[in-house]
Design a protein around this ligand. Structure first.
Ligand code: PLP
Length: 359
């Protein structure tokens, strides 16, 4: 297999894929695939409960929080969050630090009065909005932010203090990459396709008191309180996604948990940024040092005329999906949990060799 630097859907741990392959035709002694059986059956319900328990222990999630396994991707949550957390006439504060937080604003706007409390758009999202300039409203229904911007490659390295207003975080591209103090958040959500499993599944951790918010009239399927009361099985869940998420959580425990993952992720990002910064300008990363993402590392070559050769040769060398997002150009290497240090070593060796050969 190749070293896969895709931003998402992204690499999964080899051991998870191998186990899914082994269990494909006969899951858990059932004589059928997990995809072929009822989510109401004993086997599936036990698996779902274990998966939730494994996530809770990885992140030390207290009983004050419900864990939901939803569908529709993180994008659907951009709308569902204001539907559930904001009532008539409420406003919500949004911190805009890149593509995804801007999209969250656009999708929330039909459902809540959005106050852009801070934005780094005028800096082309090359840094985070300076904390002393945030215009937070203590009456806001919630504060939404995106701790890691997958496309722009900027990351918050601490949790912002927003007082008593519930903090809502789109952790699609950094969940489970390090230990997390869940108690600082009202709601955490993540599309699964980076650090968890197949796309389409969304993992949500929501403080139970927020389930009681009246929100507005809406179909049951959209209401978090209904999902929580029905173990996220109001309708047929993404059974395959839930199962693979469970395998990933077991794998994370087997690795030693999130402290170990955090060390690995720090080492991987440090190695790649060193290769970029130490290349005498052959490669560069434009992000302010304190805001650099550990998960999504952007870089450009000193001459964009070399981009096509870089991509063709890297692919031939077994390094997959280094092309940057189309809106920004250049390159991007995503270094999620499933990408081993060895992959980053192969990438940096290739980058040095490419620079030598192409001068
Ligand atoms: N939020 C972030 C930070 C993302 O990286 C993505 C990309 O997948 C999304 C939201 C959108 O997720 P989905 O495609 O699951 O709706």
């Amino acid at each position: 297999r190749v070293w896969n630097f895709s931003a998402g859907p992204a690499a999964l741990p080899q051991a998870v894929l191998e186990r899914a392959q082994r269990e494909m035709l006969d899951w858990n002694g059932s004589g059928a695939s997990v995809m072929e059986q009822s989510h109401r059956g004993k086997r599936f319900i036990e698996m779902a409960a274990r998966t939730e328990a494994d996530l809770r222990s990885l992140l030390t999630v207290s009983a004050d929080y419900a864990v939901l396994f939803l569908q529709g991707g993180a994008t659907q949550q951009f709308a569902q969050i204001p539907m559930n957390l904001a009532g008539d006439g409420d406003s919500a504060d949004y911190i805009v630090s890149g593509h995804w937080s801007a999209k969250a604003v656009a999708e929330a706007a039909p459902y809540v009065q959005v106050n852009t409390a801070a934005s780094s758009q005028k800096d082309d999202f090359l840094k985070l909005p300076p904390r002393d300039g945030w215009q937070l409203d203590p009456r806001a229904a919630y504060v939404h932010y995106t701790p890691n911007e997958t496309i722009h490659g900027v990351e918050f390295h601490d949790i912002p203090d927003v007082g008593t207003v519930p903090l809502v975080a789109d952790m699609s591209s950094n969940i489970l990459s390090e230990p997390l103090d869940v108690s600082r958040f009202g709601l955490i959500y993540a599309g699964a396709q980076k650090n968890i499993g197949p796309s389409g599944l969304v993992v949500m951790i929501i403080r139970r008191d927020l389930l009681q918010r009246a929100g507005r009239p809406m179909a049951k399927i959209f209401r978090y309180a209904e999902q929580a009361a029905n173990d996220s099985m109001l309708n047929t869940p993404n059974t395959w996604g839930w199962y693979v998420a469970g395998l990933t959580f077991q794998w994370l425990h087997a690795q030693g948990g999130l402290t170990v993952m955090a060390e690995r992720n720090r080492a991987k990002a440090a190695l790649l940024y060193q290769a970029i910064d130490g290349s005498d300008g052959y490669y560069s990363n434009p992000i302010e040092l304190s805001a650099r993402s550990r998960m999504n590392v952007r870089f450009t070559l000193h001459d964009s005329a070399l981009d096509a050769a870089f991509l063709a040769e890297s692919e031939a060398a077994g390094l997959m999906a280094l092309k940057g997002h189309k809106a920004l150009g250049g390159m991007r290497a995503s270094l999620y949990n499933a990408v081993p240090l060895e992959a980053v070593q192969a990438l940096t060796a290739f980058m040095q060799d490419f620079a030598r050969r192409h001068g």
